[in-house]
Design a binder for this molecule. Structure first.
Ligand SMILES: NC(=O)c1ccc[n+]([C@@H]2O[C@H](COP(=O)([O-])OP(=O)(O)OC[C@H]3O[C@@H](n4cnc5c(N)ncnc54)[C@H](OP(=O)(O)O)[C@@H]3O)[C@@H](O)[C@H]2O)c1
Length: 256
């Protein structure tokens, strides 16, 4: 049986992707560290007549990607879609944040996603259509002062998604980058950004809406999905405007 693997499925956008995918009849393989939250979500989703597997795992562990696909093998199911969603951020000037935090963000937002995507391609049925949905960010479209490392990891993931899509297009693998702007979730608590949310409240979206846009884009084989008009306009403006202008503007949006 086919399953959709969602990383960071315990809350926020990942949880919303799980709920949206279940409502489309997709079986789910949910991954995050919080065992209790995964089990609670699994119990909610099985009422929708889909099969749900959970694995509590820390993606900082070196062999996490192998362990995820080992679990699928041991439980005799095929992963035909990957939602590479777990990620984290940190708010503040580069030199004021602990170096260890910068390195953690780089590891979770890039290395873990790359390892899981690679292991997915090697361990899934290549005769079937396969799907990869990478949760990126509108932060990928320009450097963001006070979130320098975060936005750089997301630029990396957008670039990776686009190149991978081109490489895999003849192999029946759809690759989509989901680029949300500000979305209500625990992300901002973890990144200590309550005041930034307050300032930009009019542009915030819900995780449900973001998840819907993301899954629709996957099914239509879109390369990039940017939820919300304001985010679309912002991303386009960032592409068209010289960096000397756009980078200070991005910094002002996040200044509190
Ligand atoms: N919220 C936004 O405004 C926004 C905007 C653009 C892009 N994004 C991106 O959307 C994605 C999801 O973020 P979110 O807003 O939903 O944040 P969130 O509510 O903080 O959720 C993050 C998810 O990642 C999991 N996670 C974190 N560290 C992990 C680790 N070491 N191992 C395994 N799982 C881990 C968390 O689960 P556990 O704590 O249970 O492990 C949780 O399920 C991220 O890639 C983020 O960069 C968010």
């Amino acid at each position: 049986m086919n399953y959709t693997l969602i990383t960071g499925a315990s809350k926020g956008i990942g949880k919303a992707i799980a709920i949206e995918a279940a409502s489309r009849g997709m079986n789910l393989f949910l991954v995050a560290r919080s065992k209790d939250l995964l089990e609670k979500l699994s119990a909610e989703l099985t009422t929708k007549n889909v099969s749900v597997k959970t694995l509590a795992i820390d993606l900082f562990e070196k062999d996490a990607a192998d362990r995820i696909f080992q679990f699928a093998k041991e439980n005799s199911f095929n992963v035909n879609m990957l939602a590479n969603n777990a990620g984290m951020g940190y708010y503040g000037n580069f030199e004021d944040c602990p170096l260890s935090k910068h390195l953690e963000i780089m590891h979770l937002n890039m290395d873990a996603c790359i390892s899981i995507a690679y292991t997915f391609l090697k361990n899934s049925d290549s005769k079937q259509r396969r799907y990869i949905l990478n949760t990126v960010s509108t932060g990928a479209y320009q450097p963001v002062p006070t979130m320098a490392i975060y936005s750089a990891t997301k630029s990396f993931m957008l670039s990776f998604s686009r190149a991978l899509r081109e490489e895999l297009k003849k192999k029946n693998v759809y690759v989509t980058a989901l680029c949300p702007g500000g979305t209500y979730s625990d992300f901002f608590d973890a990144a200590q950004m309550a005041k930034v949310i307050e300032k930009n409240a009019q542009f915030m979206m819900t995780a449900d809406k973001v998840a819907k846009v993301g899954l629709q884009a996957v099914m239509k084989n879109k390369s990039v999905a940017i939820p919300g008009l304001a985010n679309k306009v912002g991303a386009l403006a960032s592409k068209l405007t010289p960096h000397d202008i756009v980078v200070p503007m991005a910094g002002n949006i996040f200044k509190v």
